[in-house]
Design a protein around this ligand. Structure first.
Ligand code: SF4
Length: 281
């Protein structure tokens, strides 16, 4: 930088000396404005300042890319589902991360118009690393296929917490060891689901069961009160391009226990179908 400054000073001195030898009138009367050239001799200082500024910017730009290349920092980039999955795999932010067998990130299409959200992985999910497997998952698949003509790969399925909440964390191989996630576990993990929602931007989210419905609708009311209606998703997730609709319904595990809930669930999924049909017109 100082070398350049010296060069410019010398150039400026030489130019002044040369101009002194010229007809002064030429200097001041021939100063035809040009887009590319300075208008008169006074602009030599401006030119020098401008050149220094440009050089400083070029040097800063060079340092920026050099630091990026040396991984001192990464230029900000949009996070993908895949890099978010890596974060979940590495996460131990709450005790569930210690006792889990596998993290259960989520599965499906990143372009899904429909997203199902449950409360957390159970025994089967913990073993297979995939949400809604086992009998509940098979029932969910059947509902999707029969009513919505959709397959698992057409939608996105995730849970609020990504690791298995257990009554006794020391026995992950035991059956009947599932429990709902605690509020502090939900609080620690919620940003992963919110980032999934931000990336996917579905038309509709279907919370499955009370815990997921309460979380997404920010209410204490139970699923039998909340189901049967279409809600706007009130969230402060930045970057959402449209209002996402929320249509809560029963958890498939509840349907397996109580056949009487099937009719209401059918009704809820028809609401989803109407919404998706009108969104695709
Ligand atoms: S439940 Fe969520 S916050 Fe807790 S360890 Fe697993 S990924 Fe991390």
């Amino acid at each position: 930088m100082s070398h350049l400054k010296d060069e410019l000073k010398k150039l400026s001195r030489d130019l002044r000396a040369w101009l002194k030898d010229q007809d002064e009138n030429l200097i001041y009367t021939s100063a035809v404005p040009s887009d590319n050239a300075p208008a008169n001799i006074d602009s030599v200082e401006d030119l020098m300042a401008e050149t220094e500024k440009n050089e400083a910017m070029a040097a800063a730009e060079h340092l920026f890319f050099q630091a990026a290349a040396e991984k001192k920092f990464e230029p900000q980039k949009k996070i993908s589902l895949e890099s978010l999955r890596e974060q979940v795999i590495a996460c131990r932010d709450c005790p569930l991360g210690i006792s889990r067998l596998n993290p259960v990130f989520g599965i499906g299409s990143s372009k899904a118009k429909l997203m199902f959200v449950g409360e957390g992985p159970g025994f089967q999910e913990d073993h297979q690393g995939e949400p809604f497997v086992g009998r509940s998952g098979q029932l969910l698949d059947k509902i999707m296929e029969k009513v919505l003509s959709l397959r698992r790969s057409d939608v996105y399925i995730a849970n609020i917490v990504k690791c298995h909440p257990m009554k006794n964390p020391e026995t992950p191989e035991a059956h009947s060891n599932d429990r709902p996630p605690a509020p502090d576990e939900i609080e620690k993990c919620r940003h992963y689901l919110e980032e999934q929602i931000r990336i996917i931007q579905p038309v509709c989210i279907v919370p499955l069961g009370s815990v997921a419905a309460k979380f997404l609708l920010k209410t204490n009311k139970g699923i039998s009160f909340l189901r049967g209606h279409v809600y706007d998703y009130e969230s402060d997730i930045p970057g959402l391009r449209h209002t996402i609709k929320v249509i809560p319904t029963y958890h498939p595990a509840a349907l397996l226990r109580n056949q009487n809930l099937k009719r209401d669930t059918w009704h809820d999924i028809l609401l989803v179908k109407d919404l998706l049909d009108s969104a695709s017109q």
